[in-house]
Design a protein around this ligand. Structure first.
Ligand SMILES: [Zn+2]
Length: 1015
């Protein structure tokens, strides 16, 4: 902790004392304010001027609607003159005319079909509104709308304005003088994006009124917006989640005496994480935002969220993303402080910035703007989620701080309309400001684009290279295609080239840093360092995509590399697999390189008998890794080549025909029946697993913990059960939602049609897997099934005693938040290690820390055995840290001979007695975090690394006929960890042969008694 932080914390503690002492008095004050309203301070001259500006309105106002606004607003100071009225129009319908209620009316949340209906009515009635559809439908087949609002002449020439921003986005075309002319002619595009987070409901309502107001109001303030700005509106970004959220609200209204269902599915795959897909683009909504950005090049993308009171406008605590042009940081501050000043001048409390999130990770949706030289920003307003007015308590945010001199009140009656007023007022102020400074913002956009192109020759690097001679060319192509989706230009080297002393073969991908979107590519591929003394990270701290995808990337600083002849990819990179020819092959061999498509191939070829090699081998002049597929002609009838050709080509793999069977031990490779298990408390993390299985077309059954509870013969139905991460204690995971009150359905009905589109449904969400589920899981494993609990879920088999020999320890000093760490395969003979090299970068987020007993015992205490003496302290004495201690006056004692890992002395064996675990039943550590603390961190944050160094990452625990395979790392995290997928796939594919390689003679000592070979 540095001094500044210490001082800040001391001040914080002091504040807590003062605040808690004064709390009751403060709430009294609020009550007093209520009685003598209006409390608003006397308007300054400036405010009066503004008020006049925005109130002048040649058209009459809709008095009825204005009365509703006032009625629904709980205090006059949660209102501004910008939104306390609505212009009347006999031509253009206001929201109430189409929906039957004014925006912000209690009791009303609007379905997307009605949002769209409203915008289409606007489009029909005025040339100031146009609607479009985003390129992709949602996962559940719903359309996602985009609305443009502006001056009719501007909208008529929308294509011209798109052309202008596209030209400014790529300064390589045209001169600076031409750019000046375009800036003068162009419009700023301000894009407001509603409700990516489904329980944050207000923005979808607000945006309808905003569109109407901008289209109809004739005040100078709104006219100024129309003059220079084209407003883009995404009415609801997560459309599946929006409609399900409205369902749950309608259920609540229809069943006032029942407990409403917890909101367990937002989108089809993920919930809150849907705005953390900026690095993976796995969701349709992310791709739509990206493609829309690249079509319009909006100056600003404004993402509307609702969490903290009353309005947080984004800047962040820092550390700020280190790959952004510093100009954009200034723009965040410029816009935020404009809104804060203007809202504060209007007497609105609780508008603030800085102390909410950090500004570091680029995984947020609005990086489609920030990462592309535009401005990405967000609000957090105070939302009730439901459309009910209620008393709310404000805790920490009601404290004054340097960044919040005008804080929210600690107790407040809050309405949907208050939320609408806050959002709409502030965003109008921002739009007006951008319009008045249109040339400045467009010029900055152009300048940032130019500075991105100059990156190669200025700060560097010159390029990133993805060499073509690497084991996972399919994965490399997939990463290239992700970059292309983000608008990044990717070239292929026409011939071999050298940069500094490094040679790259022809066909290597080159991502030049002299292109407009160099920064996006650089921030994805580079490594991150997050200083632990910086403010607490808000999310992941490291994300290096090459490492997480196990794809080799090289940062090239040698500018000479840019002179290499290269060709721009004009379509996505695609690796076509091949089947080699032979007159009468005895088998086809497919190398296992941990390409994820190999798993897909097993299911495409599910009717074929396939063997897995248990060791590496050479045949037909090629080297093959352990785990390689051997498909024998004798085992498979019909024309094998024909059967292989399509699937092998599509998966980008190579089947090599051999005339002689390779001399290697093999086992038959199953086509495992996989289940992905979810609870009814949280489904987000399993969504990231489902998305990968669906994408790779790997079949699975999606089951809830109630299936586990109710089906005693799980082994008859499944071979492998994967349990993606769920938080909480083992007891909380097993118990689920308490069995209190009546049943809580998550089910489609007349009131909840969209819940019926969820990935799973139930008549009653309560109960969890319960103890009978734990017993069923135990029976499943003992009967030969493989249970794979990921991360925290390992607590279930550990704490309920399904496994022994593994414990979870609490870190004391470790700070390892969402980062990339180096891991080493400690048991390369395990089938889980098939296809991999010696090491693998993995994603890990702080917990769990596994401890594996050396040989028997419960797992606690005995500790790992891979770090013999590494941290042990020798007594003070002569010599160095590694010298033996010497006792004076006694004969020199020889140090004990080193023992093999896991080997027990007779003395220890005697002590363990009945608790001694024979070697074949001991947990097998397949993958460990790097043993050297210094080489542990690849990207992100690390302190107290000695606790993580050498800790087990993947542990295979034999139980009866089956196995429990535990993961400390999350192998399927946000479509970023493709390099780790095959750890999971290997465990599944070899579920009935996981003991292969166990107890093999230690190659280093050449024999001896059998033992686990994990060190
Ligand atoms: Zn949110």
């Amino acid at each position: 902790m540095n001094l500044r932080m210490l001082a800040r914390n001391l001040r914080f503690f002091a504040l807590v004392v003062v605040v808690s002492a004064a709390a009751s008095q403060m709430s009294n004050n609020v009550g007093a304010q209520k009685t003598k309203k209006p409390k608003t301070a006397p308007p300054s001259a400036n405010k009066a001027e503004k008020a006049i500006d925005s109130k002048v309105n040649t058209a009459p106002n809709n008095a009825e609607y204005g009365a509703r606004i006032k009625e629904y607003t709980t205090e006059s100071y949660f209102m501004t003159e910008l939104v306390d009225h609505l212009p009347a129009s006999d031509k253009v319908p206001s929201p109430d005319k189409v929906l039957g209620y004014a925006v912000g009316a209690p009791g009303h949340l609007t379905y997307t079909k009605d949002l769209y209906r409203y915008y289409r009515e606007l489009e029909k009635s005025t040339a100031r509104v146009r609607t479009f559809m985003a390129p992709e439908k949602s996962e559940e087949g719903k359309e996602q709308m985009l609305v443009a609002v502006g001056d009719e002449a501007a909208l008529a020439k929308l294509d011209r304005y798109k052309q202008i921003t596209a030209k400014l986005a790529d300064p390589r075309q045209g001169t600076e003088a031409e750019a000046e002319q375009l800036i003068g002619e162009g419009k700023a595009l301000y894009w407001a994006s509603g409700s990516i987070h489904s329980p944050e409901t207000g923005s979808c309502e607000m945006l309808m009124e905003l569109a109407y107001r901008i289209a109809t109001e004739e005040s100078p303030f709104i006219q100024a917006i129309r003059k220079n700005v084209i407003v883009l509106i995404t009415p609801a970004l997560e459309v599946d989640g929006r409609d399900r959220m409205v369902d749950t609200y309608n259920y609540r209204k229809a069943n006032p005496d029942k407990t409403a269902p917890p909101f367990v599915y937002w989108g089809h795959y993920v919930a809150h994480d849907n705005n953390r897909d900026g690095l993976g683009m796995a969701l349709a909504l992310s791709r739509n935002q990206m493609k829309t950005f690249l079509e319009y090049h909006p100056t600003i993308l404004h993402d509307l969220h609702e969490s903290v009171p009353f309005l947080y406008t984004s800047t962040g605590t820092g550390p700020y993303n280190a790959w952004l042009d510093p100009i954009v940081i200034d723009e965040w501050n410029l816009l935020a402080y404009h809104e804060i000043e203007e809202m504060t001048k209007r007497g609105v409390p609780g508008v603030w910035t800085h102390g909410f999130y950090d500004g570091w990770a680029p995984n947020y949706m609005f990086y489609v703007a920030n990462g592309h030289n535009a401005i990405g920003r967000f609000y957090e307003t105070f939302g009730n989620s439901v459309a009910d007015t209620m008393d709310r308590t404000v805790t920490a945010e009601s404290q004054r701080d340097w960044f919040r001199p005008n804080p929210p009140q600690p107790r407040v009656k809050w309405s949907l309309r208050n939320n609408v007023n806050m959002q709409e007022s502030a965003i109008l102020l921002a739009m007006n400001f951008v319009s008045n400074n249109k040339d400045r913002f467009l010029k900055n956009f152009y300048l940032k684009s130019r500075r991105s192109v100059a990156k190669a020759t200025n700060e560097g690097p010159a390029a990133w290279v993805i060499p073509s001679d690497q084991p996972r060319v399919v994965e490399a192509a997939d990463m290239v295609n992700l970059l292309r989706l983000m608008g990044v230009e990717v070239h292929r080297a026409d011939k071999e080239f050298t940069a500094k002393d490094q040679k790259f073969p022809a066909g290597s991908y080159v991502i030049r840093m002299d292109q407009p979107y160099s920064r996006m590519a650089d921030m994805l591929l580079d490594t991150q360092y997050y200083n632990v003394n910086d403010p607490r990270p808000y999310d992941d701290t490291g994300w290096t995509l090459g490492a997480l995808r196990n794809v080799k990337t090289v940062r090239v600083t040698d500018r000479g590399a840019l002179q290499t002849p290269m060709t721009l990819l004009s379509s996505d990179a695609k690796v076509a697999g091949t089947v080699s020819n032979s007159a009468a092959p005895v088998a086809y061999v497919i190398n296992h390189n941990a390409e994820n498509t190999l798993m897909a191939l097993r299911y495409r070829l599910k009717d074929l008998k396939i063997d897995a090699a248990e060791d590496s081998f050479e045949t037909a002049g090629q080297k093959f890794n352990a785990g390689s597929f051997i498909i024998k002609s004798a085992d498979n009838s019909g024309n094998l080549r024909d059967k292989l050709t399509g699937p092998v080509r599509d998966t980008g793999l190579n089947a090599v025909a051999v005339d002689k069977l390779p001399e290697v031990k093999t086992h038959a490779l199953a086509v495992p029946r996989i289940a992905i298990l979810h609870t009814w408390t949280n489904t987000q993390n399993d969504g990231w697993f489902r998305i990968e299985f669906d994408r790779l077309q790997i079949p699975y059954t999606y089951i809830s913990d109630q299936v586990i509870r109710d089906i005693p013969n799980l082994r008859d139905k499944f071979d492998v059960i994967i349990f993606p991460p769920v938080g909480g204690s083992a007891q909380a995971i097993v118990s689920g939602i308490p069995m209190r009150g009546g049943p809580i359905p998550w089910k489609g009905s007349e009131v909840t049609p969209n819940i019926g589109l969820s990935p799973d449904q139930t008549d009653d969400m309560r109960g969890g897997m319960s103890l009978s589920g734990v017993l069923n899981l135990q029976k499943f494993v003992e009967a030969g099934g493989v249970f794979i609990p990921i991360a925290n879920c390992a607590r279930v088999p550990i704490d309920y005693g399904i496994t022994s020999g593994v414990a979870i320890t609490d870190p004391r000093q470790l700070q390892a938040r969402g980062s990339v760490y180096s891991a080493t395969f400690s048991d390369r003979r395990s089938p889980i290690a098939y296809g991999y090299g010696e090491t693998l970068p993995i994603y890990f987020n702080q917990a769990p820390l596994f401890q594996v007993a050396a040989a028997g015992g419960s797992g606690g205490g005995a500790g790992g055995f891979g770090n013999p003496g590494g941290n042990s302290q020798r007594p003070s004495g002569r010599g160095t840290l590694t010298d033996p201690d010497i006792v004076q006056g006694m004969p020199l004692a020889e140090p004990p001979a080193p023992r093999r890992p896991g080997e027990l002395t007779d003395e220890q064996r005697l002590q363990q007695g009945a608790f001694f675990t024979p070697p074949q039943l001991r947990p097998r550590v397949v993958l460990r975090f790097a043993s050297d603390e210094k080489s542990l961190l690849i990207s992100g944050m690390l302190a107290g690394g000695s606790e993580l160094a050498n800790a087990p990452a993947v542990v295979d625990v034999p139980v009866g006929q089956g196995h429990v395979v535990m993961f400390a790392n999350n192998p399927m995290w946000r479509h970023q960890t493709q390099g780790s997928f095959f750890l999971l796939f290997n465990a599944a594919l070899n579920f009935d042969n996981l003991d292969v390689g166990r107890g093999a003679a230690n190659p280093r000592t050449g024999g001896g008694r059998a033992t686990t070979d994990n060190y």
